[in-house]
Design a binder for this molecule. Structure first.
Ligand code: PLP
Length: 268
């Protein structure tokens, strides 16, 4: 029935994110990715979305105190190596999380995917949460993984090319994130290039662009893959490189599902 010789999970990732009832993005994408890549996944839910491949039809946010109850419960008992955050939804949740994580004497590596707006246009982070996010949570980030629209929103300016992307990564680092990976998927061109600024220099990760609309859950899956490789002890650049290979294969191997944007293939 199952392979008894399969190795035990290596490393544990806690994902703090929202649920996607359609199963392609959010906490479902995170748990699938982390599990598939061989780490243990624990999860703290921030909000529930009623969602399918065609979009988000409603959102039910959870009370910040209950989000914290979940976090406290997991961290009090389960040895977590990396925390990954996705949809945080409200300023109250962002602030409560920043306060709780800031209180810890040993800061776990925190991978922050600054989820803001779904591809279909639904606001996954309330407008006012962006400021709280910048001021309180970003300084705790080991790695921030914005796409181009999220970078533009965080910095309040547009980005047109790679030189401007590099500058944006430096600016987000100056705002407190130890490392910044800006994903170039929204930029035009033959290649899809992500730029990592590690506080010293920029590193480029390029693959041939895959032309498809089957990209639901890309951001969640990529950030979770990086978190899993970090939890397994990979250095940051190797973790990003391997996660980029994984997300590229997951996009290439996506299969039509539903009538909207199909999710990436988590079995890649
Ligand atoms: N729904 C939830 C709960 C998410 O966390 C995310 C992640 O970014 C999305 C939807 C976005 O999905 P999409 O890749 O379609 O923008």
């Amino acid at each position: 029935l199952f392979n008894r010789r399969r190795p035990l999970p290596r490393g544990a990732v806690l994902t703090v994110a929202g649920s996607d009832s359609g199963g392609g993005a959010g906490i479902q994408a995170d748990i699938k990715t982390i599990t598939l890549l061989g780490s243990y996944a624990a999860s703290v839910l921030t909000a529930l979305t009623a969602q399918n491949t065609r979009g988000v039809s409603s959102i039910h946010g959870l009370p910040p105190s209950f989000v914290m109850d979940q976090l406290d419960s997991v961290l009090a008992d389960i040895p977590i190596d990396v925390i990954k955050t996705g949809m945080l939804h409200t300023p109250a949740i962002v602030s409560a999380l920043a306060e709780r994580l800031g209180e810890r004497t040993t800061l776990l590596p925190l991978v922050i995917d600054p989820v803001m707006i779904a591809k279909g246009g639904a606001a996954l982070m309330e407008r006012e949460a962006a400021q709280t996010f910048l001021e309180q949570l970003m300084p705790l980030a080991y790695l921030l993984t914005p796409n181009i629209p999220e970078t533009e929103r965080l910095l309040g300016r547009t980005i047109q090319n790679e030189a401007e992307t590099e500058q944006a990564a430096r600016d987000l680092h100056a705002l407190g994130a130890a490392n910044v990976l800006i994903k170039g998927g929204h930029m035009g061109g033959r290649l899809s290039t992500d730029i990592l600024f590690d506080g010293r220099e920029c590193h480029h990760f390029s693959v041939e662009r895959v032309f498809t609309s089957n990209t639901h859950g890309t951001g969640c899956t990529y950030a979770s893959a990086i978190a899993a490789f970090l939890a397994q002890g990979e250095p940051l650049r190797t973790a990003v490189e391997r996660a980029k290979q994984f997300i590229t294969a997951a996009i290439q191997l996506a299969r039509p599902l539903g009538r909207g944007h199909s999710p990436v293939n988590h079995f890649a």
